[in-house]
Design a protein around this ligand. Structure first.
Ligand code: SF4
Ligand code: MG
Length: 326
């Protein structure tokens, strides 16, 4: 059916990718059909690593990736092909992610052509091109655009092309890594609205990676907050904005200039620099910047605990609420 009912990612040890350590630790979540799960956090917190590991752009070293109950962590290209019919990725910079020497029609057709060829179906190229034309129209482009090259389009149009390409295989899940952060604000809204329309039309789920809380507030059903490769809090969107529990989440919400001050549940300032992922603090990864830190935070790494109402928090304050005052 091409629908992902449940997707689980379990991260493993920090690993070396292009000389940069990306620590993604024990990150585990599932995404329901038609759901938008947003991962937020400052740059370098491991959001993109999670996305790219699921899409298998990075090969995980120690983790587990399960899609529809299937372990795909060790899959090679050929084994991944049927999995790619279930999930596709769109990127922050559509220009960098589209082949400059390919016509738009062929860019959009390529994933479907690959799928049809792998299944030994005839006329793969022609059928995929025909589907590509319909998809270009669906995302707001037209047949005249089909024979042009990526450089002839604006940033917003290129993101529409990336979305059409992702849709070509009729996936259940689209992983979107900062898909609007390179675009002007007015264009951002158009692309987000298009993504939401497509969700309703195709029953798509999104894993939406963003550093921008106002964008996330606009589209997410559920939000996961990441810090230094750890998932520190997850909650339904309204719950996260109205009753954040983790000190890092509270700081992130306080610092968001686009959230109305009257809507802010708490005011909190974050001090200090993000520690290097090469030298993670012992215990809680956030303790070097946390105004609540106490002895247990140095000794013991907090686990993500269910605190009810769909909310989970990785903080020792959950067990010691009397300390929950700055
Ligand atoms: Fe702060 Fe301790 Fe909670 Fe970490 S576990 S966020 S250091 S109070
Ligand atoms: Mg990133």
């Amino acid at each position: 059916s091409g629908i992902i009912d449940r997707l689980t990612f379990k991260g493993g040890r920090p690993r070396l990718v292009d000389s940069v350590v990306h620590a993604v630790n024990g990150v585990s979540f599932s995404i329901a059909k038609g759901e938008v799960l947003a991962l937020v956090g400052e740059s370098g917190c491991g959001k993109s690593t999670v996305a790219k590991s699921i899409a298998r752009i990075y090969t995980p070293s120690g983790g587990r990736i399960r899609i529809d109950g299937e372990e795909v962590g060790g899959y090679g290209h050929r084994q991944m092909l049927p999995v790619r019919a279930k999930m596709q990725m769109i990127f922050q910079d559509p220009f960098a992610s589209l082949n400059p020497r390919q016509k738009v029609r062929d860019i959009v057709a390529e994933p479907l052509r690959e799928q049809l060829e792998a299944r030994g179906e005839g006329n793969a190229k022609a059928r995929a091109r025909e589907a590509a034309l319909a998809l270009l129209e669906r995302v707001g482009l037209n047949a005249e655009h089909a024979t042009r090259y990526p450089h002839q389009f604006s940033g917003g149009q290129r993101q529409r092309i990336g979305i059409a390409r992702a849709l070509s295989v009729n996936p259940g899940l689209i992983i979107a890594d900062e898909p609007v952060s390179a675009l002007d604000v007015s264009i951002q809204a158009q692309i987000l609205n298009l993504m939401m329309d497509l969700r309703d039309e195709f029953g798509l789920a999104y894993l939406f990676i963003s550093h921008d809380l106002s964008v996330v507030n606009h589209i997410a059903d559920r939000i996961g907050v990441m810090y230094l490769g750890f998932l520190v809090e997850t909650a339904p969107r309204d719950r996260l904005f109205s009753a954040p529990r983790h000190p890092y989440t509270r700081a992130l919400l306080s610092a968001a200039p686009t959230i109305d001050p009257a809507d802010k549940a708490v005011e909190m300032e974050l001090e200090g620099e993000v520690p290097s992922a090469l030298a993670l603090p012992s215990g809680c990864c956030f303790r070097t910047r946390c105004p609540f830190a106490f002895d247990r935070c140095t000794a013991e790494r907090p686990r993500l605990q269910d605190v009810g109402d769909g909310q989970s928090v990785a903080c020792h304050l959950v067990d010691e609420p009397e300390r929950d005052r700055p």
